[in-house]
Write a protein that binds this ligand. Structure first.
Ligand SMILES: Cc1cc2nc3c(=O)[nH]c(=O)nc-3n(C[C@H](O)[C@H](O)[C@H](O)COP(=O)(O)OP(=O)(O)OC[C@H]3O[C@@H](n4cnc5c(N)ncnc54)[C@H](O)[C@@H]3O)c2cc1C
Length: 394
Protein backbone atom coordinates (compact mmCIF):
# COMPACT_ATOMS: atom_id res chain seq x y z
CA UNK A 1 0.00 0.00 0.00
CA UNK A 2 1.41 3.43 -1.01
CA UNK A 3 1.36 5.99 1.75
CA UNK A 4 1.10 9.78 1.56
CA UNK A 5 0.67 12.70 3.90
CA UNK A 6 -2.55 13.75 2.21
CA UNK A 7 -4.96 12.04 -0.19
CA UNK A 8 -7.37 14.28 -2.08
CA UNK A 9 -10.42 12.70 -3.73
CA UNK A 10 -11.38 14.65 -6.87
CA UNK A 11 -9.18 16.53 -9.36
CA UNK A 12 -11.54 19.43 -9.96
CA UNK A 13 -11.16 23.09 -9.08
CA UNK A 14 -10.94 22.67 -5.31
CA UNK A 15 -8.99 19.40 -5.32
CA UNK A 16 -6.26 20.55 -7.72
CA UNK A 17 -5.86 23.93 -6.07
CA UNK A 18 -5.70 22.37 -2.61
CA UNK A 19 -3.17 19.80 -3.84
CA UNK A 20 -0.74 22.46 -5.10
CA UNK A 21 -1.10 24.62 -1.99
CA UNK A 22 -0.60 21.61 0.29
CA UNK A 23 2.40 20.29 -1.64
CA UNK A 24 3.92 23.78 -1.46
CA UNK A 25 4.00 23.26 2.30
CA UNK A 26 6.18 20.19 1.84
CA UNK A 27 3.49 17.51 2.05
CA UNK A 28 3.44 14.37 -0.09
CA UNK A 29 0.09 14.64 -1.87
CA UNK A 30 -1.88 12.13 -3.93
CA UNK A 31 -4.97 13.15 -5.94
CA UNK A 32 -7.36 10.40 -7.04
CA UNK A 33 -9.76 11.20 -9.88
CA UNK A 34 -12.41 8.80 -11.16
CA UNK A 35 -12.63 10.32 -14.65
CA UNK A 36 -10.13 9.86 -17.46
CA UNK A 37 -9.67 13.66 -17.54
CA UNK A 38 -9.26 15.98 -14.57
CA UNK A 39 -11.36 19.12 -14.12
CA UNK A 40 -14.22 18.32 -16.51
CA UNK A 41 -16.46 21.09 -15.13
CA UNK A 42 -13.72 23.68 -15.43
CA UNK A 43 -13.54 22.97 -19.17
CA UNK A 44 -17.26 23.56 -19.75
CA UNK A 45 -17.55 26.45 -17.32
CA UNK A 46 -18.45 29.97 -18.35
CA UNK A 47 -19.48 28.80 -21.82
CA UNK A 48 -15.94 27.43 -22.32
CA UNK A 49 -14.24 30.58 -21.02
CA UNK A 50 -14.41 29.88 -17.24
CA UNK A 51 -15.75 32.71 -15.13
CA UNK A 52 -12.97 31.92 -12.68
CA UNK A 53 -13.83 34.45 -9.98
CA UNK A 54 -15.90 37.47 -9.15
CA UNK A 55 -13.94 40.52 -8.01
CA UNK A 56 -16.72 41.51 -5.61
CA UNK A 57 -17.33 38.10 -3.97
CA UNK A 58 -18.54 38.48 -0.41
CA UNK A 59 -20.24 36.14 2.09
CA UNK A 60 -23.75 37.37 1.18
CA UNK A 61 -23.27 36.01 -2.34
CA UNK A 62 -23.54 32.47 -1.00
CA UNK A 63 -26.56 30.37 -0.08
CA UNK A 64 -26.02 28.08 2.89
CA UNK A 65 -27.92 26.99 5.97
CA UNK A 66 -24.93 28.17 8.07
CA UNK A 67 -23.90 31.67 6.89
CA UNK A 68 -21.38 32.12 9.74
CA UNK A 69 -19.18 29.48 8.08
CA UNK A 70 -18.41 31.40 4.88
CA UNK A 71 -16.57 34.65 5.82
CA UNK A 72 -13.40 33.11 7.24
CA UNK A 73 -12.36 31.16 4.13
CA UNK A 74 -13.26 34.07 1.85
CA UNK A 75 -11.10 36.36 3.96
CA UNK A 76 -8.13 33.97 3.81
CA UNK A 77 -8.06 33.71 0.04
CA UNK A 78 -9.72 36.55 -1.81
CA UNK A 79 -10.57 37.04 -5.49
CA UNK A 80 -7.49 39.28 -5.85
CA UNK A 81 -5.29 36.39 -4.68
CA UNK A 82 -6.49 34.13 -7.47
CA UNK A 83 -6.28 37.00 -9.97
CA UNK A 84 -2.59 37.38 -9.03
CA UNK A 85 -1.98 33.71 -9.85
CA UNK A 86 -3.78 34.05 -13.19
CA UNK A 87 -1.78 37.16 -14.04
CA UNK A 88 1.51 35.52 -13.04
CA UNK A 89 0.77 32.72 -15.53
CA UNK A 90 0.13 35.32 -18.23
CA UNK A 91 -3.44 34.17 -18.85
CA UNK A 92 -5.37 36.96 -20.59
CA UNK A 93 -8.77 37.70 -19.06
CA UNK A 94 -11.48 40.35 -19.02
CA UNK A 95 -14.36 41.53 -16.88
CA UNK A 96 -17.65 40.70 -18.58
CA UNK A 97 -19.79 42.65 -16.13
CA UNK A 98 -20.37 43.11 -12.40
CA UNK A 99 -16.91 41.84 -11.44
CA UNK A 100 -17.22 38.56 -13.42
CA UNK A 101 -13.78 37.62 -14.75
CA UNK A 102 -13.54 35.33 -17.79
CA UNK A 103 -10.57 33.97 -19.73
CA UNK A 104 -10.13 35.72 -23.07
CA UNK A 105 -9.39 32.45 -24.82
CA UNK A 106 -10.37 29.20 -23.16
CA UNK A 107 -11.25 27.62 -19.83
CA UNK A 108 -8.48 25.15 -20.57
CA UNK A 109 -5.94 27.77 -19.52
CA UNK A 110 -7.33 27.66 -15.95
CA UNK A 111 -7.21 23.86 -15.88
CA UNK A 112 -3.65 23.94 -17.29
CA UNK A 113 -2.71 26.47 -14.60
CA UNK A 114 -4.03 24.18 -11.85
CA UNK A 115 -2.37 21.09 -13.32
CA UNK A 116 1.00 22.74 -13.87
CA UNK A 117 1.09 24.22 -10.35
CA UNK A 118 0.30 20.78 -8.91
CA UNK A 119 2.86 19.04 -11.08
CA UNK A 120 5.62 21.62 -10.36
CA UNK A 121 5.12 20.98 -6.67
CA UNK A 122 5.32 17.21 -6.96
CA UNK A 123 1.65 16.28 -6.59
CA UNK A 124 0.85 12.79 -7.87
CA UNK A 125 -2.38 12.71 -9.86
CA UNK A 126 -3.92 9.37 -10.76
CA UNK A 127 -6.88 9.23 -13.15
CA UNK A 128 -9.57 6.57 -13.64
CA UNK A 129 -9.36 5.69 -9.96
CA UNK A 130 -12.82 4.79 -8.73
CA UNK A 131 -12.85 4.74 -4.93
CA UNK A 132 -14.33 1.43 -3.75
CA UNK A 133 -13.81 1.83 -0.04
CA UNK A 134 -12.58 4.35 2.51
CA UNK A 135 -11.65 3.19 5.99
CA UNK A 136 -9.84 4.60 8.97
CA UNK A 137 -7.70 2.84 11.52
CA UNK A 138 -4.49 3.44 13.39
CA UNK A 139 -4.78 7.19 12.72
CA UNK A 140 -4.64 6.58 8.97
CA UNK A 141 -7.22 6.77 6.20
CA UNK A 142 -7.12 3.94 3.69
CA UNK A 143 -8.56 4.36 0.21
CA UNK A 144 -9.07 1.31 -1.97
CA UNK A 145 -9.67 1.85 -5.66
CA UNK A 146 -10.28 -0.83 -8.32
CA UNK A 147 -6.53 -1.15 -8.89
CA UNK A 148 -4.66 -0.29 -5.67
CA UNK A 149 -4.81 0.89 -2.07
CA UNK A 150 -3.40 4.10 -0.63
CA UNK A 151 -3.11 5.49 2.86
CA UNK A 152 -2.56 8.90 4.43
CA UNK A 153 -3.08 10.59 7.77
CA UNK A 154 -5.32 13.18 6.11
CA UNK A 155 -8.11 12.71 3.61
CA UNK A 156 -9.66 15.61 1.69
CA UNK A 157 -12.99 15.09 -0.06
CA UNK A 158 -13.22 17.39 -3.10
CA UNK A 159 -15.62 15.40 -5.24
CA UNK A 160 -17.87 18.34 -6.13
CA UNK A 161 -21.63 18.42 -6.58
CA UNK A 162 -24.19 16.23 -8.34
CA UNK A 163 -24.86 18.55 -11.29
CA UNK A 164 -23.99 17.55 -14.83
CA UNK A 165 -23.83 13.76 -14.20
CA UNK A 166 -22.87 13.50 -17.88
CA UNK A 167 -19.40 14.72 -16.78
CA UNK A 168 -18.96 11.96 -14.21
CA UNK A 169 -20.24 13.62 -11.04
CA UNK A 170 -20.73 11.19 -8.19
CA UNK A 171 -22.13 11.01 -4.69
CA UNK A 172 -18.89 9.65 -3.21
CA UNK A 173 -18.56 12.72 -0.97
CA UNK A 174 -22.00 12.06 0.51
CA UNK A 175 -21.27 8.38 0.99
CA UNK A 176 -18.09 9.22 2.92
CA UNK A 177 -19.94 11.85 4.96
CA UNK A 178 -22.64 9.32 5.86
CA UNK A 179 -20.08 6.63 6.65
CA UNK A 180 -18.51 8.94 9.24
CA UNK A 181 -21.87 10.00 10.65
CA UNK A 182 -21.96 13.55 9.27
CA UNK A 183 -25.18 15.41 8.62
CA UNK A 184 -26.06 16.31 5.03
CA UNK A 185 -28.25 19.22 4.00
CA UNK A 186 -30.65 17.83 1.40
CA UNK A 187 -29.05 18.51 -2.00
CA UNK A 188 -30.99 19.96 -4.95
CA UNK A 189 -30.17 21.21 -8.44
CA UNK A 190 -29.43 24.96 -8.48
CA UNK A 191 -28.51 27.63 -11.03
CA UNK A 192 -30.82 25.57 -13.21
CA UNK A 193 -33.92 27.53 -14.27
CA UNK A 194 -37.49 26.53 -13.38
CA UNK A 195 -40.03 24.54 -15.39
CA UNK A 196 -43.63 25.45 -16.20
CA UNK A 197 -46.59 23.67 -14.63
CA UNK A 198 -49.05 22.45 -17.32
CA UNK A 199 -51.23 25.63 -17.36
CA UNK A 200 -48.19 27.91 -17.81
CA UNK A 201 -46.88 25.62 -20.52
CA UNK A 202 -50.06 26.49 -22.46
CA UNK A 203 -49.76 30.22 -21.70
CA UNK A 204 -46.13 30.43 -22.81
CA UNK A 205 -46.56 28.10 -25.77
CA UNK A 206 -44.87 29.48 -28.88
CA UNK A 207 -42.88 32.12 -26.97
CA UNK A 208 -39.63 30.16 -26.65
CA UNK A 209 -36.57 32.22 -27.47
CA UNK A 210 -37.91 35.51 -26.11
CA UNK A 211 -35.55 37.17 -23.69
CA UNK A 212 -35.82 40.43 -21.81
CA UNK A 213 -34.84 42.16 -18.60
CA UNK A 214 -37.27 41.52 -15.72
CA UNK A 215 -37.38 41.45 -11.98
CA UNK A 216 -38.14 38.15 -10.20
CA UNK A 217 -38.92 37.67 -6.54
CA UNK A 218 -39.39 34.70 -4.24
CA UNK A 219 -40.47 35.76 -0.75
CA UNK A 220 -37.82 38.28 0.37
CA UNK A 221 -35.37 37.46 -2.42
CA UNK A 222 -35.47 39.72 -5.47
CA UNK A 223 -33.28 40.26 -8.53
CA UNK A 224 -33.46 42.21 -11.80
CA UNK A 225 -31.64 40.52 -14.69
CA UNK A 226 -32.31 38.84 -18.03
CA UNK A 227 -34.88 36.06 -18.38
CA UNK A 228 -35.26 33.64 -21.25
CA UNK A 229 -38.44 31.78 -22.18
CA UNK A 230 -37.76 28.19 -23.25
CA UNK A 231 -40.04 25.36 -24.41
CA UNK A 232 -40.20 23.87 -20.91
CA UNK A 233 -39.77 26.80 -18.55
CA UNK A 234 -37.88 29.95 -17.71
CA UNK A 235 -34.13 30.27 -17.84
CA UNK A 236 -31.52 33.03 -18.18
CA UNK A 237 -29.43 34.57 -15.39
CA UNK A 238 -32.33 35.76 -13.25
CA UNK A 239 -33.99 32.34 -13.26
CA UNK A 240 -30.73 30.48 -12.64
CA UNK A 241 -30.25 32.62 -9.57
CA UNK A 242 -33.91 32.19 -8.62
CA UNK A 243 -33.46 28.42 -8.61
CA UNK A 244 -30.85 28.86 -5.89
CA UNK A 245 -33.55 30.23 -3.58
CA UNK A 246 -36.67 28.39 -4.76
CA UNK A 247 -38.19 25.54 -2.77
CA UNK A 248 -40.76 23.16 -4.34
CA UNK A 249 -44.28 24.56 -4.00
CA UNK A 250 -43.11 28.16 -3.69
CA UNK A 251 -44.63 30.87 -5.85
CA UNK A 252 -42.43 33.09 -8.00
CA UNK A 253 -43.42 36.62 -9.00
CA UNK A 254 -42.23 38.18 -12.25
CA UNK A 255 -42.30 41.92 -12.87
CA UNK A 256 -42.19 42.17 -16.68
CA UNK A 257 -41.79 45.97 -16.67
CA UNK A 258 -39.48 46.68 -13.71
CA UNK A 259 -38.57 50.18 -14.91
CA UNK A 260 -42.12 51.41 -14.18
CA UNK A 261 -44.45 51.19 -11.22
CA UNK A 262 -48.00 49.81 -11.42
CA UNK A 263 -49.59 53.27 -11.53
CA UNK A 264 -47.34 54.42 -14.37
CA UNK A 265 -48.21 51.29 -16.32
CA UNK A 266 -51.93 51.74 -15.66
CA UNK A 267 -51.80 55.38 -16.78
CA UNK A 268 -49.84 54.40 -19.87
CA UNK A 269 -52.41 51.78 -20.80
CA UNK A 270 -55.25 54.21 -20.11
CA UNK A 271 -53.72 56.89 -22.28
CA UNK A 272 -53.53 54.37 -25.06
CA UNK A 273 -57.20 53.52 -24.60
CA UNK A 274 -58.28 57.17 -24.46
CA UNK A 275 -56.33 57.81 -27.62
CA UNK A 276 -58.97 55.62 -29.24
CA UNK A 277 -56.52 52.87 -30.31
CA UNK A 278 -58.18 49.56 -31.04
CA UNK A 279 -55.21 47.44 -29.99
CA UNK A 280 -52.83 47.47 -27.05
CA UNK A 281 -49.83 47.12 -29.31
CA UNK A 282 -48.06 50.47 -29.44
CA UNK A 283 -47.65 51.24 -25.74
CA UNK A 284 -47.12 47.70 -24.50
CA UNK A 285 -44.94 46.49 -27.31
CA UNK A 286 -42.56 49.39 -26.83
CA UNK A 287 -41.84 47.85 -23.47
CA UNK A 288 -42.24 44.14 -24.07
CA UNK A 289 -41.69 41.80 -27.01
CA UNK A 290 -44.95 41.98 -28.95
CA UNK A 291 -45.86 38.29 -28.78
CA UNK A 292 -45.33 38.24 -25.03
CA UNK A 293 -47.30 41.47 -24.59
CA UNK A 294 -50.21 39.98 -26.52
CA UNK A 295 -50.16 36.82 -24.43
CA UNK A 296 -49.99 38.62 -21.09
CA UNK A 297 -52.80 40.98 -22.11
CA UNK A 298 -54.98 38.04 -23.15
CA UNK A 299 -54.21 36.29 -19.90
CA UNK A 300 -55.24 39.38 -17.90
CA UNK A 301 -58.56 39.50 -19.77
CA UNK A 302 -57.62 42.48 -22.00
CA UNK A 303 -59.21 41.05 -25.14
CA UNK A 304 -61.12 42.60 -28.02
CA UNK A 305 -61.40 46.29 -28.84
CA UNK A 306 -58.89 48.15 -26.71
CA UNK A 307 -60.88 51.39 -26.71
CA UNK A 308 -63.83 49.60 -25.09
CA UNK A 309 -61.96 47.89 -22.29
CA UNK A 310 -63.14 48.83 -18.81
CA UNK A 311 -60.61 50.56 -16.54
CA UNK A 312 -60.68 47.59 -14.16
CA UNK A 313 -59.37 45.37 -16.94
CA UNK A 314 -56.53 47.81 -17.59
CA UNK A 315 -55.79 47.87 -13.89
CA UNK A 316 -55.71 44.07 -13.82
CA UNK A 317 -53.39 44.05 -16.80
CA UNK A 318 -51.06 46.57 -15.12
CA UNK A 319 -51.04 44.41 -11.99
CA UNK A 320 -50.39 41.27 -14.02
CA UNK A 321 -47.47 42.93 -15.80
CA UNK A 322 -45.92 43.89 -12.48
CA UNK A 323 -46.69 40.73 -10.56
CA UNK A 324 -47.12 37.67 -12.75
CA UNK A 325 -47.39 34.80 -10.28
CA UNK A 326 -47.09 31.07 -10.66
CA UNK A 327 -45.72 28.01 -8.89
CA UNK A 328 -43.03 26.34 -11.03
CA UNK A 329 -43.32 22.58 -11.46
CA UNK A 330 -39.64 21.94 -10.74
CA UNK A 331 -36.09 22.95 -11.58
CA UNK A 332 -34.55 21.84 -14.87
CA UNK A 333 -32.75 19.12 -12.90
CA UNK A 334 -29.13 18.10 -12.38
CA UNK A 335 -28.46 17.59 -16.09
CA UNK A 336 -28.94 21.33 -16.69
CA UNK A 337 -27.95 22.70 -13.28
CA UNK A 338 -24.59 24.48 -12.97
CA UNK A 339 -24.33 23.55 -9.32
CA UNK A 340 -25.85 21.64 -6.44
CA UNK A 341 -27.39 23.43 -3.49
CA UNK A 342 -27.03 21.77 -0.06
CA UNK A 343 -24.32 19.23 0.74
CA UNK A 344 -22.22 18.31 3.74
CA UNK A 345 -23.47 20.33 6.69
CA UNK A 346 -20.77 22.92 7.46
CA UNK A 347 -21.74 22.78 11.15
CA UNK A 348 -19.81 19.49 11.10
CA UNK A 349 -16.64 21.30 9.94
CA UNK A 350 -14.21 23.84 11.34
CA UNK A 351 -14.60 27.07 9.39
CA UNK A 352 -10.88 27.75 9.92
CA UNK A 353 -9.61 24.45 8.51
CA UNK A 354 -12.52 22.63 6.79
CA UNK A 355 -11.71 19.62 9.01
CA UNK A 356 -14.52 17.52 10.47
CA UNK A 357 -15.01 18.28 14.12
CA UNK A 358 -15.76 14.66 15.01
CA UNK A 359 -13.38 12.95 12.54
CA UNK A 360 -9.87 14.43 12.86
CA UNK A 361 -7.97 14.27 9.58
CA UNK A 362 -11.07 14.28 7.36
CA UNK A 363 -11.68 17.48 5.33
CA UNK A 364 -14.35 18.62 2.86
CA UNK A 365 -13.78 21.45 0.36
CA UNK A 366 -15.56 22.98 -2.64
CA UNK A 367 -19.05 22.29 -3.88
CA UNK A 368 -19.59 19.05 -1.94
CA UNK A 369 -20.32 21.17 1.11
CA UNK A 370 -23.42 23.24 1.83
CA UNK A 371 -22.12 26.53 0.40
CA UNK A 372 -23.41 27.55 -3.03
CA UNK A 373 -22.63 30.78 -4.83
CA UNK A 374 -24.86 32.74 -7.13
CA UNK A 375 -24.14 32.96 -10.84
CA UNK A 376 -21.03 34.92 -11.82
CA UNK A 377 -17.76 33.30 -10.70
CA UNK A 378 -18.70 32.86 -7.04
CA UNK A 379 -18.59 29.07 -7.05
CA UNK A 380 -15.04 28.88 -8.33
CA UNK A 381 -14.05 31.50 -5.75
CA UNK A 382 -15.49 29.24 -3.07
CA UNK A 383 -13.50 26.31 -4.48
CA UNK A 384 -10.25 28.37 -4.29
CA UNK A 385 -10.99 29.87 -0.85
CA UNK A 386 -12.08 26.65 0.84
CA UNK A 387 -9.19 24.71 -0.74
CA UNK A 388 -6.62 27.28 0.33
CA UNK A 389 -8.00 27.42 3.88
CA UNK A 390 -7.83 23.64 4.21
CA UNK A 391 -4.33 23.52 2.72
CA UNK A 392 -3.00 25.78 5.48
CA UNK A 393 -4.00 23.10 8.00
CA UNK A 394 -2.88 20.04 6.06
C1 LIG B 1 -21.86 23.93 -17.17
C2 LIG B 1 -21.25 24.54 -15.95
C3 LIG B 1 -20.74 25.82 -16.02
C4 LIG B 1 -20.18 26.40 -14.88
N1 LIG B 1 -19.64 27.65 -14.98
C5 LIG B 1 -19.10 28.23 -13.88
C6 LIG B 1 -18.46 29.48 -13.97
O1 LIG B 1 -18.25 30.02 -15.07
N2 LIG B 1 -18.03 30.07 -12.81
C7 LIG B 1 -18.16 29.45 -11.59
O2 LIG B 1 -17.76 30.03 -10.56
N3 LIG B 1 -18.71 28.23 -11.49
C8 LIG B 1 -19.16 27.60 -12.61
N4 LIG B 1 -19.69 26.34 -12.51
C9 LIG B 1 -19.66 25.68 -11.20
C10 LIG B 1 -18.24 25.15 -10.94
O3 LIG B 1 -17.82 24.37 -12.04
C11 LIG B 1 -18.21 24.31 -9.67
O4 LIG B 1 -18.83 24.97 -8.61
C12 LIG B 1 -16.77 23.99 -9.30
O5 LIG B 1 -16.16 23.24 -10.33
C13 LIG B 1 -16.73 23.21 -7.99
O6 LIG B 1 -15.42 22.80 -7.75
P1 LIG B 1 -15.16 21.42 -7.00
O7 LIG B 1 -13.71 21.17 -7.08
O8 LIG B 1 -15.83 21.42 -5.70
O9 LIG B 1 -15.92 20.36 -7.90
P2 LIG B 1 -15.56 19.90 -9.38
O10 LIG B 1 -14.81 20.95 -10.09
O11 LIG B 1 -16.81 19.38 -9.95
O12 LIG B 1 -14.52 18.72 -9.16
C14 LIG B 1 -14.89 17.49 -8.58
C15 LIG B 1 -13.95 16.46 -9.12
O13 LIG B 1 -14.16 15.25 -8.44
C16 LIG B 1 -14.23 14.21 -9.37
N5 LIG B 1 -14.99 13.12 -8.77
C17 LIG B 1 -16.33 13.00 -8.63
N6 LIG B 1 -16.63 11.82 -8.07
C18 LIG B 1 -15.44 11.20 -7.83
C19 LIG B 1 -15.11 9.93 -7.31
N7 LIG B 1 -16.05 9.05 -6.94
N8 LIG B 1 -13.79 9.59 -7.20
C20 LIG B 1 -12.82 10.46 -7.61
N9 LIG B 1 -13.10 11.67 -8.16
C21 LIG B 1 -14.40 12.02 -8.26
C22 LIG B 1 -14.89 14.84 -10.58
O14 LIG B 1 -14.68 14.09 -11.76
C23 LIG B 1 -14.19 16.19 -10.60
O15 LIG B 1 -12.98 16.14 -11.29
C24 LIG B 1 -20.20 25.71 -13.64
C25 LIG B 1 -20.71 24.41 -13.59
C26 LIG B 1 -21.22 23.82 -14.74
C27 LIG B 1 -21.75 22.42 -14.65
Amino acid sequence: MDSFDVIILGAGAAGLFCAAETAARGRKVLVLENNSRPGPKILVSGGGRCNFTNMHAKPEDYVTTNPAFVPYALSQFKPKDFIEIVKAKGIPFHEKKDGQLFCDKSAKSILDLLLSRAEERGVILLKEQETQEVSRNGGLFHVRTQTASYSASKLVVATGGLSWPQLGSSDLGFRIAKQFGLNIIEPAPALAGLTFPPEEMVRFDGLAGIHLNVSVSIDNWKMQEDIMITHKGLSGPVMLNASLHWQPGQEIVINWVPELDVEETYQGLKKEKNGGKVTFKPWLSERLPQRLAARLAYHAGARGNWAELPDETLKKLAETLHAYRFVPADTFGYRMAEVMRGGVDTRELSRKTMECKKVPGLYFIGEVMDVTGKLGGFNFQWAWSSAYTAAQAL
